[in-house]
Design a protein around this ligand. Structure first.
Ligand SMILES: Nc1ncnc2c1ncn2[C@@H]1O[C@H](COP(=O)(O)OP(=O)(O)OP(=O)(O)O)[C@@H](O)[C@H]1O
Ligand SMILES: [Mg+2]
Length: 253
């Protein structure tokens, strides 16, 4: 079996509210192989963000073991690039400066950071926006900038929490293709959270379906369909079958 980038064994998280303990995620075991694109879908409030926060090292699990590159329970903070639903760009910094942040966080010199950030903006078609401030960007453009910043911080292991959830359908389509391009360029290992079944199928090698709270994995679906994928791929007979299966699963939760 391929070595995993990430392996999670029996992960649970409880919060204590009004002196009673509630489970948010319960007995989650999962893996992401190197270069694999894995999605998580599950109902609202089931614990997806909590799971990503734990994997990013922002919260601590109650029980369970996390391995990254086969190493057990190491310090997780900084081991992944974490992209949130909202782009969270600093309004007083330009696009270029916002993208550079991914590198300055790694204590790379300003000169080198600027050079790398410029190259990145050029490579992914954002050079014309380098001196814009975030308020002048469309939602899709702001997400692209946030993604480049995340990738400059860590392009090998990406955690993405519904990054396209707030975008209109058309922008979303172009962002999905753009993300696949970025993923293929860096051969990143990705864990992607979404509510959108079709988005999960289009992007993923594998999908984990989570139950309602407390979240456990109720199904793992392999998307063994050819790449590169284009949107027409969603009309494919096999794709539609998987979509119906996932829809049924989520409707019955
Ligand atoms: N710090 C906390 N203290 C208490 N309960 C919490 C805390 N953080 C999250 N929860 C609870 O854990 C559950 C899961 O929350 P989480 O944000 O992980 O869900 P989600 O699957 O990401 O939801 P959505 O799809 O709406 O983004 C919720 O019921 C929430 O109220
Ligand atoms: Mg969430």
């Amino acid at each position: 079996m391929t070595t995993p980038k990430l392996e999670v064994k029996n992960l649970s998280k409880t919060f204590s509210l009004n002196s009673s303990l509630t489970y948010t995620v319960s007995s989650i075991s999962m893996r992401i192989n190197y270069g694999e694109f894995v999605s998580i879908i599950g109902p609202s409030g089931c614990g997806k963000t909590t799971l990503l926060n734990i994997l990013a090292g922002l919260e601590k699990q109650t029980t369970g073991t996390i391995y990254i590159d086969k190493q057990k329970n190491q310090k997780l903070l900084g081991k992944s690039g974490y992209m949130l639903q909202k782009p969270l760009l600093l309004p007083w910094k330009t696009v270029l400066e916002n993208v550079m942040l991914g590198l300055t966080l790694k204590r790379i010199s300003e000169k080198k950071a600027k050079q790398e950030a410029c190259n990145m903006l050029k490579k992914f078609g954002l050079s014309d926006y380098a001196n814009y401030y975030p308020h002048a960007l469309s939602g899709g453009m702001a997400q692209r900038v946030a993604l480049l910043r995340t990738i400059l911080f860590n392009n090998q292991f990406l955690l993405m929490d519904e990054p396209f959830g707030a975008l209109d359908a058309l922008t979303r389509l172009s962002m999905q293709m753009w993300l696949l391009d970025v993923w293929q360029t860096y051969k990143s290992s990705v864990l992607f959270v979404t509510h959108d079944i079709r988005e999960a199928i289009l992007l993923s090698d594998r999908i984990y379906v989570l139950s309602s709270s407390p979240a456990t994995i109720i199904k793992e679906v392999n998307i063994n369909l050819p790449r590169p994928r284009k949107h027409e791929f969603l009309k494919d007979k096999k794709t539609v079958e998987i979509e119906q299966l996932l829809e049924q699963l989520l409707l019955n939760l």
